[in-house]
Design a binder for this molecule. Structure first.
Ligand SMILES: Cc1ncc(C[n+]2csc(CCOP(=O)(O)OP(=O)(O)O)c2C)c(N)n1
Ligand code: SF4
Length: 351
């Protein structure tokens, strides 16, 4: 937790994006999390990604459930719409909001407890529906807010502060998402802003459900020797298997990599994902191969990071359900409530 108040007046020469906004305009309230919490670094990366993408804060809806991670939307994009849902229920709220207004950009922030225990079913169905949103899972292996109980992502053998070892098998959100048909799956580390920011940008630009699992250490309850989610353990085991770069539509595409090493995926809005295979033969567009590769590396004690899987060809929730283009709040009453005759004709289709 920081006690230094944010200055009200900003230096006039702070860099501005094309909207004339500085990074300060993408910040929120002062964080009340513990000093050094990984979640604050994720917040900083989210601020950077939205600033770079030049998305007006008031065109964003930020959602969360319950947990230290769920508090973080308060600390970015103060001008955005926000909703703090019941524990684990953020995906349902996000799905409903997105169905009612497809013009906003949706970001959900959750924890491993919020997502993989009480909210696991909700997460699975948001993936299955391919809801057009970025879902950031701040993964620290514990329930930080309720003082450090193991979460469902804790690995076997990981130790609590008092030395007890976890004996239950973990749920891996990345493998879960790939096996459920997710269309954008990435993993990163809160301490690696250079990798995390382009992944966040790409996840926001992705049309459909984008999951980014961010290893985000809890310095208060899970950063000791014996923990597999500490800063030290993550730094030792983090292996980047794909180096991804995000190129917005308006930017010239130049490559710093040797030609032949670089592959491009065009996103629906014309932006581009440019990735380099760091690991031999790794292809983030091949679902089966990605799943097998990640599982094999994890069995060998590594934490593979980067853009792990992407598919831009799958229809998202709006395409599947043929949702209305205009936000529901601007539709005239006659269209929202077309009367009994129209309802009868709809019901007649099923009799
Ligand atoms: C219905 C319900 N059950 C249990 C709780 C208690 N609770 C609050 S936060 C939390 C887990 C938070 O862990 P995580 O999602 O990993 O977030 P972190 O605090 O680690 O960022 C739990 C179990 C609650 N608030 N509501
Ligand atoms: S308890 Fe852990 S997760 Fe919560 S703010 Fe502190 S360091 Fe972060």
């Amino acid at each position: 937790m920081t006690y230094i108040a944010k200055p009200r007046v900003h230096h006039p020469s702070l860099p501005k994006n094309a909207l004339g906004l500085t990074r300060r305009d993408y910040e929120g309230s002062m964080s009340t999390l513990c000093a050094g919490c990984g979640h604050d670094s994720v917040t900083a990366a989210i601020i950077e990604a939205f600033w770079r993408l030049e998305i007006p804060p008031h065109r964003v809806a930020k959602l969360s459930g319950i947990g230290c991670s769920a508090k973080t939307p308060t600390y970015f994009l103060g001008g955005a719409h926000g909703f703090n849902a019941v524990h684990g229920r953020m995906p349902a709220i996000a799905s409903g909001a997105a169905a009612a207004n497809r013009e906003l950009t949706y970001i959900g922030v959750s924890g491993d407890g919020d997502s993989l225990s009480i909210g696991l079913g909700q997460l699975c169905h948001a993936i299955r529906r391919n809801v057009d949103m970025l879902y950031v899972l701040e993964n620290n292996g514990v329930y930080g807010l309720t003082k450090g109980q193991f979460s469902a992502s804790a690995e076997i053998g990981s130790k609590t502060k008092r030395g007890e070892a976890n004996r239950q098998a973990p749920i891996d959100p990345v493998l879960l998402a790939i096996s459920l048909g997710a269309t954008f799956v990435a993993r990163s580390f809160s301490g690696d802003k250079a990798q995390l920011v382009p992944l966040l940008e790409a996840g926001i630009a992705h049309k459909g459900f984008a999951l980014i699992d961010v290893i985000s250490p809890c310095v208060t309850f899970n950063d000791h020797e014996g923990s597999t989610r500490s800063y030290q353990a993550t730094r030792e085991r983090d292996v980047e298997i794909v180096s991804a770069d995000f190129v917005p539509p308006a930017e010239e595409i130049t490559s710093s990599y040797t030609m032949g090493d670089v592959a491009h995926v065009t996103m629906h809005d014309g932006s581009m994902l440019r990735f380099r295979r760091v690991a031999d033969g790794y292809d983030p567009t091949d679902r089966d191969a990605a799943w097998a590769y990640i599982q094999a590396r994890q069995a060998a004690g590594e934490v593979p990071t980067g853009l792990l899987f992407v598919d831009t060809s799958v229809p998202d929730m709006h395409d599947l359900l043929e949702t209305v283009e205009a936000p529901l709040n601007v539709l005239p009453f006659e269209e929202l409530c077309p009367g009994a005759a129209v309802l009868d004709s709809i019901q007649a289709r099923w009799v």
